[in-house]
Design a protein around this ligand. Structure first.
Ligand SMILES: [Zn+2]
Ligand SMILES: [Zn+2]
Length: 179
């Protein structure tokens, strides 16, 4: 993987402050972005670990789960993670368990993958449930019209779960009698 990486030896004792922008290619395989991803990252060494905290700002285009329309989701988030050398994994397993609250990322070699970090954080900040707005009306199940744009005039009756159950029971009774 490409992107910005910081060598451990380039992080001074007082920490390293980075401000940079990433183009749309950073998230190209996840979702399109509008404008750059703006990142602030502060790296500080802590023993063999490197603590990273910062801020990300981005606009990503998502498709609404209900009405399928595209909308812009604004990412504006702080983050805090800890990088730990992959090589230390077997030795520090116990310690890792006691620190579950902090997100730990294992890294290989002598470089902190800063671009990958920013990418991860943007992806994490996108909600699982993607709605263009809280009260999105979705699509008409009959004609497919986007109901946010207005009613389509279809005769829509949402069958209640009880009605469905009642119907099923009635059918069962009928088949029972008949057969
Ligand atoms: Zn929607
Ligand atoms: Zn309709």
């Amino acid at each position: 993987m490409g992107g910005l990486k910081v060598r451990l030896e380039d992080i001074p004792p007082e920490g390293l402050r980075l401000e940079f922008e990433e183009g749309p290619e950073l998230l190209a395989d996840c979702f399109p972005t509008e404008g750059p991803v703006v990142a602030r990252v502060f790296l500080k060494r802590a023993g063999i670990d490197v603590k990273a905290r910062g801020h990300i700002r981005a606009k990503v285009r998502l498709a609404c789960d209900r009405c399928l329309e595209e909308f812009v989701w604004v990412v504006d988030e702080d983050f805090e993670v800890e990088f730990r050398p992959q090589a230390s994994l077997p030795l520090r397993e116990e310690m890792q368990l006691s620190r579950e609250d902090l997100e730990v990322i294992f890294f290989e070699g002598e470089e902190i993958p800063v671009s990958d970090l920013v990418r991860e954080q943007v992806i994490l900040s996108v909600p699982d449930k993607r709605l263009c707005r809280e009260d999105c009306q979705g699509l008409c199940p009959v004609c497919g019209q986007n109901l946010n744009a207005g009613s389509c005039g279809c005769h829509r009756r949402k069958p209640s779960p009880f009605a469905v159950l009642k119907e099923l029971m009635a059918r069962k009774v009928q088949t029972g009698k008949g057969g």
